[in-house]
Design a protein around this ligand. Structure first.
Ligand code: DHB
Length: 310
């Protein structure tokens, strides 16, 4: 029996259903090229802004037993640099996903225009950066999200999706699904980090990262149940008709399998990649293959959304 972990999202074929999450190992040209050479199924860029940014002061990332906390503050090369890099990255023969961020809607519009001409395979509009002092996450403002996405929709010609923050109430899943149905998106990535958590070092009686008094986005193992719930909620609301990229808490092949069962077509890896390096892709791929072998699945679509309820 041959197992094939490739997947299709918005008509684009990914050689593997595993890829980096925006932000993880994808800021510089070197990092993006290393993703190209790795067994990742795509190259996802760091969320880009109009101008290059060095980001927030350090320490701004900290890992602990259950995951990580970060407040990077959008360090990135600026969209003109990524627009130049994207055509070069195509030589690796895997899809490029350009992640777009900004502070005002004009930032998103400008980036989307320029990046659109660089022709990435997909564009992921990041509505969920939690780490900019004084800037609320757009994804928690449903009307604002609708306005922005409608404007971008008229500019972007490549498949356009959104990266959403976690929602914790069905009313919010429904409100965002309604927005996305009205706009018409090609895919949904859920979830971004759990915004504005706080990790404490009790020995030192101290926060562990410097920006925002220690508040930052939580990722890794401990966010998996929230990620799975968001994948599942949007899978159901879209009745399987909008492809979902699941992100959050992926450490093992079993975690990927759970995302697929909930409805994901592909899975992004953040904290684990930062902690383990690019070898994580091969390890997790092997683990997933082992699970598929045991269960008799040949490809991710065989189990996608197949989670049973009691
Ligand atoms: C950053 C963090 C995020 O979760 C995000 O979506 C975008 C940017 C950051 O701090 O760099």
């Amino acid at each position: 029996m041959s197992i094939n972990l490739s997947t299709v999202i918005a008509g684009v074929r990914f050689p593997s259903c595993l890829m980096n999450a925006a932000g993880a190992c994808c800021v510089t040209q070197e990092e993006l090229e290393a993703l190209g050479r790795s067994s990742a199924g795509a190259i996802v860029t760091k969320s880009m802004t109009p101008h290059p940014r060095t980001g927030n002061p350090s320490p701004r990332y900290y890992s602990f037993e259950g995951g990580s906390i970060n407040s990077m503050g959008l360090p990135n090369l600026g969209y003109p640099a990524y627009a130049r890099l994207i055509p070069e990255l195509k030589r690796f023969g895997k899809p490029i996903i350009a992640s777009i961020a900004g502070f005002r809607s004009q930032d998103f519009v400008e980036a989307a225009q320029v990046i659109n001409t660089a022709n990435p395979d997909l564009m992921e509009i990041n509505l969920s950066c939690p780490n900019i002092p004084g800037e609320p996450q757009i994804g928690y403002d449903f009307e604002g999200s609708k306005r922005l996405l409608k404007e971008l929709r008229s500019i972007v010609q490549v498949p356009m999706g959104v990266k959403l923050p976690p929602y914790f109430d069905p009313a919010h899943h429904e409100a965002m699904a309604e927005v996305l149905n009205q706009v018409g998106v090609a895919f949904v990535s859920v979830i971004n980090s759990l915004g504005n958590g706080l990790v404490v070092d009790p020995e030192k009686e101290l926060v562990v990262i410097k920006p925002k008094g220690g508040f930052g986005g939580i990722g890794g193992k401990i966010i998996k149940p929230v990620a799975l719930a968001n994948v599942r909620a949007f899978w159901k609301l879209f009745q399987g008709q909008v492809p979902i990229i699941g992100t959050g808490g992926v450490v093992t092949g079993t975690d990927v399998f759970e995302h697929l069962l909930c409805g994901a077509s592909a899975v992004q890896i953040g904290t684990t990649l930062v902690e383990e390096g690019l070898g994580a892709f091969e390890r997790i791929e092997k683990e997933l293959q082992g699970i598929f072998e045991k269960k008799g699945y040949q490809s991710p679509v065989d189990c996608r959304g197949a989670l049973r309820e009691l």
